[in-house]
Design a protein around this ligand. Sequence first.
Ligand SMILES: Nc1ncnc2c1ncn2[C@@H]1O[C@H](COP(=O)(O)OP(=O)(O)OP(=O)(O)O)[C@@H](O)[C@H]1O
Ligand SMILES: [Mg+2]
Length: 149
Amino acid sequence: MDQEVISRSAAETVALGKEFAAELHSGSLVLLRGELGAGKTQFTKGIAEYFGLHDHEISSPTYALVNEYDLSSSGSISKLYHLDCYRFEKPEELIELGAREYLYPTHGITVIEWPERIEAYLPKKRIEVMIEILSQNVRKISLFYSANG
Ligand SMILES: Nc1ncnc2c1ncn2[C@@H]1O[C@H](COP(=O)(O)OP(=O)(O)OP(=O)(O)O)[C@@H](O)[C@H]1O
Ligand SMILES: [Mg+2]
């Protein structure tokens, strides 16, 4: 199930995110790893697009920490949670935000940028997306599915 693809533009990463989203279901937790500017937010835009949200509605939650999108019109998945933990000073901040619903999204999907910041709190059941910068516009995107992710 694990796979590796090369993206040669931001638009291609959005398209790959959209394609990837077709495999998600209620309760899916997606961890996006990769350095600053790797393309984690671009990939998330693709996921959001798949669920009927428009590109311009999706912003990086770097300041908000979490963005919550309502998908109620699109079927069994009612929410998309997009977290960016880059600015977390202490992982406990996640608890204050309402960690349980984000980490175990019973009726939604959660996408987390900078999961490294809250590593100890992350459920084992997850899908990991690793984005590596190969050159200015080229990225290697690797997917890892946990046994029951
Ligand atoms: N192949 C590519 N895939 C994704 N982004 C690309 C690619 N080539 C160039 N870019 C550029 O890299 C940047 C990626 O930005 P993005 O906000 O998605 O990164 P990020 O991983 O979310 O960073 P941060 O850790 O700051 O949140 C954008 O400016 C985008 O245009
Ligand atoms: Mg980002």
